[in-house]
Design a protein around this ligand. Structure first.
Ligand SMILES: [Cu+2]
Length: 452
């Protein structure tokens, strides 16, 4: 269960003004390697540094990450830093960089501004490259995190294995339509994972949904836990829940425990009806409560303050429609504002954005905005109960949500899309430019299409 942590070089460099910046330098080689998923389940994965997930990268707020990607795969690749507020040129999409060809290298360099649970993954031919294992976690810690007895990163995924010990071939129109849900559920690359938590202790679990399409309605057999963070970092206060939905691309930080010694219970995804695909319970892992150990945990009642960007009845400045259309050629096209691979209007730095995102299709879609956090203001006209920063939000069918976000001074080409990878590939995405006031959007380099 333990993830392997990266061996990073930390260089404290004296700056001219005598402040020091800490560099976290990581080498990531994208390459084929054996992936032991479970008993009798061994495949050739596409990995970062020979492991699935790739190494967990850890940093502190204010650190500069320097990631040297070497591509030893048989095809081109890029890395997207999901949730990170980085410069546009470092976002890892093919609208900001040419994909890194086999044998080539590319250096990603950016400062991490926010504490939270982020992740990195291929943003090229994702339905294949992410299925084969090209993802890992990025944990950024702030100055005053809650004190816990232990912390784990749990990356949830599912894979479809073929009969001859390899990945099953993409099976056509229904997988394209619903998104691919695998037969084998894995945590940190392993099926049938086991976790032992000491009785009396409290742990922080940073949970990432890295699956292509599977919705995880996370449950521990009905036992309560506290949600303390979302994709944009800590909440204002812990929320006690017994199940929480984690859609593809999204993250939730929970604190779990303390428990009395003895019980064994499942970490499972309850049946969730996303109006496509399967609707049954899946076990991801088994949790054992072991011998008691002393606890030093301290989870404050107040975690931080999040100021509202706008009142809950703010008027939208833009409408985004996630839709679908029958297609003779593809079976179904997935659309933004009636187009596949939409080019949306530019956004100006410093101008508050209030977007109504409506889902006119018949199934749920997880909306993901690159590079900027948003607040969900309302869902179907009802003000959101808990203020939070997010980069991914589920939009159920025939519903609409309103989000607000502020484009800070990071001009360039950005995108938003459905995080069901097959829907992104089938057109449910849009490019848009962030421009400085007075700058013409045509000054931004031409926005290409997302080649998938
Ligand atoms: Cu979708």
């Amino acid at each position: 269960m333990e993830t392997t942590h990266v061996h990073a070089h930390h260089n404290d460099r004296e700056m001219a003004d005598h402040s020091s910046i800490n560099e976290v330098v990581i080498d990531l080689e994208a390459r084929e390697a054996p992936w032991e998923i479970g008993e009798g389940k061994r495949v050739t994965g596409w990995t970062y540094n020979g492991q699935v997930p790739g190494p967990t990268i850890e940093a502190k707020v204010g650190d500069t990450l320097v990631v040297r990607l070497k591509n030893s795969l048989p095809e081109a690749t890029t890395i997207h830093w999901h949730g990170v507020r980085l410069p546009a040129a470092m976002d890892g999409t093919q609208v900001v960089q040419r994909a890194v060809a086999p044998g080539e290298s590319f250096e990603y360099r950016f400062t991490v501004l926010d504490a939270g649970t982020f992740w990195y993954h291929s943003h090229t031919n994702e339905t294949v490259q992410m299925e084969r294992g090209l993802y890992g976690a990025l944990v950024v810690r702030g100055a005053d995190e809650p004190v816990v007895d232990a912390e784990r990163v749990l990356m949830l995924d599912d894979v479809t294995l073929g009969s001859r010990g390899d990945f099953a071939k993409f099976s056509g129109v229904m997988q394209r339509h619903n998104g691919r849900e695998g037969d084998v559920c894995v945590v940190n690359g392993h099926a049938d994972s086991e976790v032992t938590i000491a009785a009396g202790q409290v742990e922080r679990w940073r949970i990432v949904n890295a699956a292509s399409a599977r919705y995880v309605l996370l449950s521990f057999g009905g036992r309560p836990f506290r949600v303390i963070g979302t994709s944009g970092g800590l909440l204002e206060a812990p929320i006690t829940m017994s199940e929480v939905l984690i859609v593809p691309g999204d993250r939730v930080d929970i604190v779990i425990g303390p428990f009395d010694e003895g019980p064994t219970f499942p970490m499972q995804a309850l049946a969730y009806n996303r109006h496509a695909g399967r609707r049954h319970l899946e076990r991801f892992a088994t949790v054992h409560v072991g011998a008691a150990r002393p606890s030093l945990a301290n989870i404050p009642r107040r975690l931080r303050t999040i100021d509202a960007l706008v009142p809950s009845d703010a008027t939208p400045t833009r409408r985004v429609r996630m839709g679908e259309r029958l297609s003779l050629r593809n079976g179904m096209d997935f659309l933004i504002n009636d187009e596949v691979h939409h080019n949306d209007k530019p956004v100006t730095v410093g101008e508050l954005q209030v977007w109504e995102i409506a889902n006119t299709s018949h199934m749920d879609h997880p909306f993901h905005l690159h590079g900027f956090f948003f607040q969900v203001i309302s869902e179907n006209g009802v003000a959101t109960a808990h203020r939070a920063w997010k980069d991914t939000i589920n939009v159920p069918p025939k519903s609409s949500i309103v989000i607000a976000w502020m484009p800070d001074d990071r001009p360039g080409n950005w995108m938003y899309h459905c995080h069901i990878l097959e829907h992104h590939a089938a057109g449910m995405m849009a490019n848009f430019a962030v421009v400085r006031p007075g700058d013409d959007a045509s000054m931004v380099p031409a926005v290409g299409h997302c080649h998938v």
